[in-house]
Design a protein around this ligand. Structure first.
Ligand code: DQA
Length: 149
């Protein structure tokens, strides 16, 4: 039987991790975070597919596709977290557990980062723990999916 897949979705500017604002986001590159998250998921019996886009509509399409192709989703929608009703609607239709992750502590930053269009729909939100947040999100999803099975 194929392993259930976790989709790890990254939004705008996260392709610049390790280069932009390292004092906020750390020096680890997105590809390295994706790889360590994949290793962790595989240890727990899941496959992990990682995708990043700077384009809102592309992220919406991938969330729609995840309705069929993924068992759960980990999402860091970057700045679209704070603006995107389209992503809110896509996640509303997902029908699978998802965890919202942010590298930085949004509540220690500007007010406009304090609101998330996704958080009310998420199974949980992990913020401010850097790359560790993604591993914790895999742990949480694994438990939630086991419970649901
Ligand atoms: C972020 C926080 C967002 O406010 C910001 O726009 C990002 C990264 C984080 O992971 O801390 O791009 O999602």
């Amino acid at each position: 039987m194929p392993k259930p897949t976790i989709l790890m979705l990254s939004g705008p500017n996260l392709n610049l991790l390790g280069e932009r604002e390292a004092h906020i986001y750390g020096s680890t590159k997105l590809a390295d975070i994706e790889q360590s998250t994949r290793n962790h998921a595989e240890k727990l019996g899941f496959a992990l597919e990682a995708k990043q886009s700077n384009i809102e509509g592309e992220l919406v399409t991938w969330v729609q596709e995840a309705r069929k192709s993924a068992a759960g989703v980990i999402v860091n929608a970057g700045a679209y977290t704070h603006t995107s009703i389209a992503l809110h609607d896509a996640f509303k239709a997902l029908g699978k557990p998802f965890i919202e992750v942010h590298l930085s502590n949004l509540y220690a930053r500007e007010d406009f980062r304090h609101h998330s269009y996704l958080a009310p729909l998420a199974s949980g939100v992990i913020i401010g723990l850097g790359a560790l947040g993604y591993e914790l999100a895999v742990d949480a999803l694994a438990k939630l999916m086991k419970k649901a099975a």
